[in-house]
Design a protein around this ligand. Structure first.
Ligand code: ATP
Length: 221
């Protein structure tokens, strides 16, 4: 599903500094994984490589059966569509309603309103926001905004879901609700990887972990 072989990442503007070094691991299809490590360890960078927003400087990254280094540029959009991404800061579009934010990935695929409406309503019901469909996202609480971001990430039924600190800005009850939804995606067969600073969440929801420190994988299990 995802395989890293001796992956290194150096940002062009990073003064020759290796943000990730010699990172190797595999995520099995249908697995749920916690990505742990202190601030600056390289978690967002690793997720950026998985979600194809960054390219490795060294080594091999394989995502959903494609070796990224060998993939022609024209194949990227279709592969990206099979990956859902949830960010800590939500990244919702403020000028669109809750409904239109959730519908966006399907609109980009060119689906008509008639073909996408049922899926959008179902996903909004799943995250508990159907009754807020016409509201602008700025009127939602932080937890609601993050649930909307999750709805948008999964509405096109991605095979792989990547979440970068999805609970970082939420109180404990809201964080639990978001994690429950991520776990439910996993139960329905999606491969999920979630980065978190939290040491409590992985204790509450035990699952395999990858632990990064200063750009190196220090444990895997
Ligand atoms: N665009 C960039 N250019 C140069 N260096 C960067 C860039 N983005 C991140 N870095 C550096 O890479 C290192 C890892 O950052 P990254 O954001 O991946 O860590 P993180 O574990 O996700 O941290 P946090 O938990 O604080 O989000 C840091 O030293 C950071 O300064």
């Amino acid at each position: 599903m995802v395989r890293f072989s001796q992956v290194g990442l150096r940002y062009p503007e990073g003064d020759g500094y290796w943000t990730l070094s010699d990172v190797s691991f595999a995520l099995a299809p249908g697995s749920y994984t916690w990505l742990l490590g202190p601030s600056g360890a390289g978690k967002s960078s690793l997720l950026g490589l998985i979600s194809l927003s960054l390219r490795a400087t060294e080594g091999e990254v394989e995502v959903l059966g494609s070796r990224i280094r060998r993939l022609p540029r024209r194949a990227f959009p279709a592969l990206r569509r099979r990956i859902g991404v949830v960010f800590q800061d939500y990244r919702l579009l403020p000028h669109l309603s809750v409904y239109e934010n959730a519908a966006l990935p399907l609109r980009i695929q060119g689906l008509t309103e008639a073909r996408l409406a049922a899926d959008v309503r179902e996903i909004l019901r799943w995250v508990g926001l159907l009754d807020r469909a016409e509201a602008p996202p700025s009127t939602l609480s932080g937890g609601e905004q993050q649930r909307l971001a999750l709805a948008r990430a999964v509405v096109a039924r991605p095979a792989l879901l990547v979440a970068d600190e999805p609970t970082g800005n939420l109180d404990a009850a809201q964080a639990r609700r978001v994690i429950s939804l991520l776990r439910e995606m996993h139960r329905m067969g999606t491969t999920v990887i979630v980065a978190t600073h939290s040491e409590e969440l992985p204790e509450e929801y035990p699952a395999p972990t990858l632990r990064l420190d200063a750009g190196r994988l220090v444990s895997h299990g």
